[in-house]
Design a protein. Structure first.
Length: 542
């Protein structure tokens, strides 16, 4: 018998009285001991709802299973099982690693308390025994200085470290099945490769079955023996991973396989003038200590950076978390204090007042990583896009501003009729298009793009990359593209700067740098991004 067997699983959410949404319809699969099975599909396809059904953790609003739905784990039916039965299974025999560890971990409890909780509940350990086991688990998942981390809180750890803590918590009772829901989505490429290798090693060590939920087909190819492709709540294709990837039968599977960002950067104008340049740029944050809070040192977030960016070109900034990428972008826009020369269109920006800087902000815009948190939930799309027009006094009246808003929405592929809707009514890709429209309505010359595709599905990533290239081609835009996803950087950037610990370790034309990286750190990033092989690099958070 398979360890886990789903038959005709259906899930319906009661949204409003008399209305319902079928989130999952007729999903069936088997999972054997030691097997890795991947659920693949875009956001909203029903992957996570399927996984949550296994643990009977379906969210509000109240959901119900279809009459024929069956989830059998080790011979026991879980659909409709008593809460006591499920409590014994959750975290003990079936464990789950959630997508975003920062929101999954309790910010008020230490790492030790959160991992030990499951040991107290299921193993009834004493406090000293639980503490020893927590240290053992943290070492097992490769967290350095495990004893020192016991009293740390989640916000004191990096993204990779938090994900390792989540895995340690899931493995505390050596479960039979580990469900990993997008375990590497927001991680740097080197950390991603390390986490995937860690999961494989732990699976072999404990003989676990692994249910992997992801939208990244590169990960599926590397990790899973079997794949199920889901869309709109249904499984449209299933089979051995190699066979499905080599000979996809369903049109949706072919769409996913073709969705990776492709193409080359726009053709830059020969001899284009330099729009932005900086020399010896520094952003140092003081470290204060002692009774009088004197400065005892500095965190050198950006340390002596210099480069030039021509009109119509894209400069890719790559590196792991904490390397100084975002700080560099904010410093160039004069959103944080810095030292060193910054010139925009021949004019020195360092040292000028905020009042003198304000007219230039129309020409210098920024797009943030997560459009859901960067767009105000209280403003409609029209109000969000109009805000910059009002600040810079563009448009004689509301009618003229509305015409500019409609034009901006059309340019990014959105229907102007949706302008009165709010951000939560749009998908992730549509929200990112709204963020693009907000920046482009001001007709800027320079845009900082801070991880604009990292939280998006592969197919939506490809659409956003195509949109950014098209806008650059039409308007001669210059981009500073900050990303840890080197596949996206390769599709957009003319030049690349590789940053580590606030410094540039390698720079050059994108073609040369991707084909013949010189620095060991750059080679480690490339290997992790394109081969998913773990390379021992100076990663910031192991």
């Amino acid at each position: 018998m398979p360890l886990l067997s789903l038959r005709d699983l259906s899930v319906t959410f009661a949204v409003v009285p008399g209305g319902a949404v079928e989130a999952v319809r007729g999903v069936s699969f088997d999972l054997d001991r030691g097997q890795t099975l991947a659920l693949v599909g875009e956001s909203g396809s029903g992957k996570s709802v399927t996984a949550l059904s296994i643990l009977q953790l379906l969210p509000y609003p109240v959901a119900s299973h279809g009459a024929a739905s069956s989830i059998i784990f080790d011979g026991k039916e879980l659909v409709g099982a008593a809460e006591g039965v499920m409590r014994d299974i959750r975290g003990n025999r079936i464990a789950m690693v959630f997508q975003e560890p920062m929101t999954s971990l309790n910010p008020l409890h230490t790492i030790e308390k959160q991992i030990a909780e499951t040991l107290f509940l299921h193993k009834h350990m004493t406090a000293p025994a639980a503490r020893a086991r927590v240290v053992e688990l943290l070492r097992l998942v490769g967290l350095r200085d495990a004893e020192r981390r016991l009293d740390a809180y989640p916000h004191q750890l990096s993204g990779g470290q938090r994900q390792r803590v989540m895995i340690a918590m899931a493995l505390a009772n050596e479960p039979d099945i580990l469900i990993a829901d997008e375990p590497t989505t927001a991680l740097d490429v080197t950390i991603q490769a390390q986490i995937l290798k860690l999961l494989k090693e732990l699976q072999t060590r404990f003989g676990m079955a692994l249910l992997l939920i992801t939208h990244d087909l590169v990960i599926v190819r590397k990790m899973a023996e079997t794949v199920l492709v889901m869309t709109k709540g249904e499984v449209v294709e299933a089979g051995p991973t190699r066979e499905v990837f080599a000979r996809p039968q369903h049109a949706y599977t072919r769409h996913l396989l073709a969705a990776e960002p492709k193409g080359a950067p726009t053709v830059a104008e020969e001899g284009a003038p330099v729009l932005l340049e900086t020399q010896d740029l520094k952003v140092w944050f003081p470290i204060r200590g002692g009774l009088l809070r004197r400065v005892t040192g500095h965190v050198k977030a950006v340390d002596g950076i210099g480069f030039g960016l021509a009109q119509g070109e894209t400069m890719g900034i790559v590196g792991e978390s904490g390397s100084g990428k975002t700080t560099l972008g904010l410093a160039l826009l004069r959103l944080i204090a810095s030292e060193g020369a910054i010139r925009f269109n021949g004019r020195r920006l360092d040292g000028i007042s905020e009042r003198a800087m304000r007219p230039l902000r129309r020409e210098m815009q920024i797009m943030f990583q997560d459009p859901f948190s960067s767009l105000s939930p209280r403003l409609s799309v029209a109000q969000i896009v109009e805000e910059g027009l009002k600040v810079h006094r563009i448009g004689r009246d509301a009618a003229e501003r509305r015409a500019l808003i409609d034009q901006a929405l059309l340019e990014v592929g959105l229907d102007p009729d949706s302008a009165e809707r709010y951000p939560h009514e749009f998908s992730g890709g549509q929200r990112q298009r709204i963020a693009v429209a907000r920046a482009m309505v001001l007709k800027p010359r320079f845009v900082v793009l801070d991880e604009p595709t990292s939280a998006l599905d592969m197919s939506v990533q490809a659409q956003v990359v195509d949109l950014l290239r098209d806008l650059q081609r039409r308007h001669g835009l210059s981009y500073l593209f900050i990303s840890h996803d080197l596949r996206v950087v390769r599709a957009l950037a003319h030049h690349v700067l590789v940053m580590k610990d606030g410094k540039i370790v390698e720079a050059g034309p994108a073609d040369r740098l991707f084909e013949r990286p010189q620095h060991p750190y750059t080679r480690a990033l490339m290997a992790a991004a394109f081969d998913l092989e773990v390379v021992e690099s100076a990663a910031t958070a192991q």
